[in-house]
Design a protein around this ligand. Structure first.
Ligand code: SAH
Ligand code: SF4
Ligand code: F3S
Length: 461
């Protein structure tokens, strides 16, 4: 006798629960949130942008500075009220904390905010459905193991439908974790060792993105230029080789990569900026500080001149390359004269954009225990001076674009009706009239105006 298997209810036939995801921090978290949302969708959850109607609330958190971590607790306070209101109406809500605060603080989170049902670190996302099941049964689940290859292998890949809904640009994680141990930084502790994804997996994901209509891919990693792998012929590949391969995929017209560490800017990668037309002339290359003593105390492994030399070689390879950077002011022991060297480096480089922060002592990092912690008002004053200079450079860079012809990738509707928003090769937002093209088009434009944070343009016919 043949036994016919009982038809299983498909996920789509079950009542749809809803999930609200809130993401903090860097691109790695943005990427992970999307993969988690995909995994949850497979498990029957529909995404919602309203916490009030969510059966599952997922916070993907960042631990990089104290402010970022504290935001999570104030959000949990707000969510507690929502959970109580929903419980009053007979509806259960699960609250999960993922990301770097989850990894760094583990069960402390539940001790401090008992409203949390599940704490899950970045290396355990592929087991989310199982953990949610246990949390729903009343267990306080804390999952903070490191097993990164398993995560990459088991999280769902982007599919055409899901990706199409998300747009014409996409992040693709190629590398995770960090072994550099800058003395201010929590990432090596929250994300674990540097791990590179394999070439075949990356190429497969890039092709799927292209098939789904993505035209611009940004390869991401905490130290993306430390990526290494094995090419199809068995040879050792560096990031430049991978960029060449991804640039060869039909439909992928633009490529970027971030974030890079200066010590991994090898010759091949610099040459890639000259040789790969699809590689956009823009590089985010954090330097943190301009004084050699501070760079050394930060354990950055390069000098001020090393950094300036990389910038010079990049510009020789690709004269129109624009730079962006990260800066920390008030690292322990930073003197006024040393801070002035940061300002001086900013002048020497000329940045198109930048991120700058007050040093935030992070528990467990060597910097937190160094003598000479800089008082808060001094940090605030230095940050203001640095930002004034960086903002002026950004505005000057934008103004220098006026009159230029360039291509933009149209990404989304503009904030006003009748407008579209695109991106220049230098990552500037460019506003054009809706008649300029459709989302996903790359159109040739002439820049007509510049503000501090965006440009306007007309189609160049
Ligand atoms: N891997 C990247 C940076 C990751 S963190 C790199 O090495 O460049 C992003 C930025 O946050 C850093 O570049 C640094 O500028 C800032 N940052 C990290 N830890 C910080 C801390 N403790 N206080 C203030 N800023 C910090
Ligand atoms: Fe943090 Fe330094 Fe690693 Fe960047 S390179 S993630 S700043 S430890
Ligand atoms: Fe924050 Fe973790 Fe990214 S600490 S910056 S979310 S790697």
């Amino acid at each position: 006798m043949t036994v016919h298997p009982q038809p299983q209810p498909r996920a789509a036939d079950r009542p749809r629960r809803k999930v609200f995801v809130k993401t903090y921090g860097c691109q790695m978290n943005v990427y992970d949130s999307q993969r988690m949302a995909d995994a949850l969708e497979r498990d029957g959850y529909l995404p919602t942008s309203l916490a009030e109607e969510a059966d599952l609330i997922l916070l993907n958190t960042c631990h990089i500075r104290e402010k970022a971590a504290e935001k999570v607790y104030s959000e949990l306070g707000r969510l507690k009220k929502i959970k109580e209101r929903r419980a009053g109406a007979g509806r259960a809500t699960l609250i999960a904390v993922a990301g770097c605060v989850a990894q760094a603080e583990g069960e402390e989170i539940i001790a401090r905010a008992p409203v949390v049902d599940l704490v899950v670190g970045p290396q355990s996302y592929h087991r989310l459905p199982e953990y949610l099941g246990r949390a729903a049964a009343g267990e306080a689940v804390v999952a903070t193991d490191f097993a990164i290859e398993e995560k990459f292998a088991s999280l769902p890949r982007p599919t055409a439908g899901r990706t199409r809904a998300r747009g014409v640009t996409a992040f693709l994680t190629v590398q995770e974790g960090c072994d550099k141990f800058c003395t201010f930084c929590v990432v090596p502790y929250t994300r674990g060792q540097e791990v590179s994804r394999g070439v075949a997996q990356i190429m497969d994901e890039a092709r799927r993105l292209a098939e789904a209509g993505v035209r611009e891919i940004t390869l991401i990693g905490q130290n993306v230029n430390a990526w290494h792998g094995q090419g199809p012929g068995g040879g050792r590949w560096r990031l430049a080789d991978l960029l060449h391969a991804v640039a060869g995929i039909a439909g992928i017209d633009r490529l970027r990569y971030t974030t890079s560490h200066p010590i991994d800017m090898d010759e091949g990668l610099i040459a890639a900026h000259r040789d790969i037309a699809a590689l956009m002339p823009y590089l985010h290359l954090p330097v943190q500080a301009g004084a050699n003593r501070v760079l050394k105390a930060m354990n950055r492994h390069h000098s001020r001149d090393d950094y300036l030399d990389i910038v010079a070689r990049l510009r020789a390879a690709r004269p129109d390359v624009a730079l962006s950077g990260d800066f920390i002011v008030g690292f322990p022991g930073e003197s006024e004269a040393e801070f002035a060297e940061t300002l001086d480096l900013v002048d020497a480089v000329g940045y198109a954009s930048a991120f700058s922060f007050k040093y935030s002592p992070r528990p467990g990092t060597p910097g937190a225990d160094l003598p000479g912690q800089v008082p808060e008002p001094v940090k605030a004053e230095r940050l203001a001076r640095l930002q004034e200079r960086l903002n002026a450079q950004q505005f000057a860079f934008n103004q220098a674009c006026v009159g230029r012809r360039t291509d933009i990738l149209i990404e989304k509707p503009g904030r006003r009706d009748g407008q579209l928003a695109g991106r220049s090769p230098w990552l500037q937002t460019v506003i054009v009239d809706a008649g300029a093209g459709r989302i996903g088009d790359i159109v040739s434009v002439r820049i007509t105006g510049a503000g501090p944070n965006s440009l306007t343009a007309v189609v160049d016919r």
